[in-house]
Design a protein. Sequence first.
Length: 318
Amino acid sequence: MKIALVRFYQRKGSTGTIPWHYSFYKTILEKEGHCVDIFDNQVLQLSVGDLVDAVLDTDAEVIGVGRIGTVYNPLKKFCNKIKKINTSILIVVGGHITADYDFLLRKVSIDVVVRGEGEVTLQNIVSSVADGKDWFDVKGIAYLKNGVLRETQQEKLIAMDVLPDFCVEHFEMAKYKSSVDDTFIIDDKAKMLKENGDLQLSIFLARGCPFNCFFCYRHIPGYRYYSRERLEYILKYFKGKGYSFFSFGDECVTANKKNLKNICELALENNIYWGTSGRVDQLSHEVLRLLAEHNCAFLQFGVESFDQSMLDQMNKKT
């Protein structure tokens, strides 16, 4: 089968993130003999009409789309245009935008919502379609049948070490930001790496968050991270591709001290400079010293309020 995966344009000029999960889907599906094209409109910058034309030119039978809620309007226009041209194409939506999937299914011309992670669920949907079987019983989905919302049993979360390898060949890497920000240049060794042409990259090393702030949409519970062995393999893979500066997009790297220690030690061993985000209530002099001694260039925090009563209402636990 032919599958198209589409990431919608979100912010003008923002080309620092790569949809690595689409690469995972591509690896999984192509191992089963399917043909997968990735359209990252964050870098393609196509109009909705041109994006529709580009996707239809691939003769895709299944289209996977998604992202956060701010892409609702282009997603709606895109899906509606696709369905007006070819109603037989199956449109699958996942990601944060599916927080209110009942609303999404009723307002947008889509067929099915993935309610959790896509690696297993999308694979099962595509396999069902390819085999000429109904996909209605695939775990981890929601859809409308005769106007009634149907939800299937939740699919189990995938273990991080089971995920496919990162693959830069799945993207036109030259279209993404790779120049090194001055923030990373914290010592002479970092300066030398930059002068030698080493690049910057954004990747994820964990999924989820162990906290439950009331304003945050959390459709995947828990916090999972790579084993030290797999983490080392990933960092060495990218190091071999010329990347020495990393922004780890994990929501809360400080959530697990064992994982944080693994990142720190492997970063120092491999001459990697990095930055990430965390929570103020998880910091201590010990943690800050660990970061400072292991090439951590910056740590970002979200400051939602200076009012303790508001923090309590948000369930910030700080």
